[in-house]
Design a protein around this ligand. Structure first.
Ligand SMILES: Cc1ncc(COP(=O)(O)O)c(C=O)c1O
Length: 308
């Protein structure tokens, strides 16, 4: 029996081009990037290049990229680090009820540390109303965290509207973009975010790698201390992860994605063929709402069936 892998929102297969780009760092350039000798500097160059590539995609500065171990750490660091750093200005945070559990658990930790968190619910479509979120802002609100798109429904949230209002009130904006990175354009200024979380293994990169974008003006308290640069801001933490390789292919991947990725006609045709007629129809749960294109729900019995 032929198996078809359909769980790309959970994780993706490593792109051979990523593996190829990573190999020199796994095999030859094993120096610690904080070491000043040649071995270390070769690794450092790999990290710097990866930072520059990511910065080019996001429209930010290379020094605003903090490498971490994946989406969970990125969200933990973004939420806990930003809240702790801003804690003296105010102790209220706004988020939604549909965030990934690594964000929701971070909120619970903050509640135990004396922060107050408002959880804004979404409507039936899975989209939060921007005005519901902004109506929850208070004088002492220091952070709002709203995911860019939900991992279960694919519903894209009105981040730009929320961010515009938040930034006018000097409230930091964090967004979990783990599900949209590589699929929809992510420009940090267009989105209006101060912190943005991305995971490599959702975009054909390796497991155990990701990054947090941190706007230069946003404060961030470190989660992990005691490294070579302990005591400095988290963005200084010189950790080397095999992310260097996954940055480059992701820019060309986005164009390929549009043509052949999930949600494209080419992919749907392939899927219907591969399923041997078992799934004659592919539906997108809501064509009226903004959803990212990996969400293509397949059903043999459905109301809004669409034949490709
Ligand atoms: C929306 C969202 N945020 C965060 C994560 C966690 O990412 P990671 O598996 O890289 O820790 C996931 C993974 O499923 C996710 O879908």
């Amino acid at each position: 029996m032929r198996s078809v892998y359909l769980d790309n929102n959970a994780t993706t297969k490593l792109d051979p081009r990523v593996l190829e780009a990573m190999m020199p760092f796994l095999r030859d350039h094993y120096g610690n990037p904080s070491s000043i000798h040649g071995f270390g500097q070769a690794s450092r160059r790999g990290m710097d290049e990866a930072r520059e590539t990511i910065a080019g995609i996001l429209g930010c500065r290379p020094n605003e990229i903090v490498f971490v171990s994946g989406g969970t750490e990125s969200n933990n660091l973004g939420v806990l680090g930003a809240a702790e750093a801003a804690g003296e200005r105010g102790r209220h945070i706004v988020t939604t009820t549909i965030e990934h559990k690594c964000v929701l658990r971070s909120m619970k930790i903050l509640e135990k540390r004396g922060f107050e968190v408002t959880y804004v619910p979404v409507g039936r479509s899975g989209v939060v109303k921007a005005q519901d979120v902004t109506a929850a802002f208070r004088e002492d609100t220091v952070l709002v965290s709203v995911m860019h798109a939900n991992n279960e429904t694919g519903a894209i949230q009105p981040l730009e509207k929320i961010a515009a209002e938040a930034r006018a009130r000097e409230i930091l904006v964090h967004s979990d973009a783990v599900q949209t990175a590589g699929k929809v354009p992510l420009n940090v200024d267009a989105l209006g975010v101060d912190l943005l979380s991305v995971s490599a293994h959702k975009i054909y990169g390796p497991k155990g790698a990701g990054f947090l974008y941190v706007r230069e003006t946003a404060g961030l308290a470190p989660l992990i201390v005691g490294g070579r640069k302990s005591g400095t801001a988290a963005r200084e933490r010189p950790i080397f992860r095999p992310l260097s390789g996954s940055a480059k292919p992701s820019s060309s991947r986005r164009n390929e994605w549009r043509k052949t990725g999930p949600g494209s006609r080419a992919c749907a045709t392939l899927f219907v063929k591969a399923s041997n007629g078992a799934w004659p129809a592919c539906i997108s749960p809501s064509r009226r709402r903004r959803r990212f294109t990996t969400r293509c729900t397949c059903a043999s019995r459905c109301l809004r069936a669409r034949r490709f």
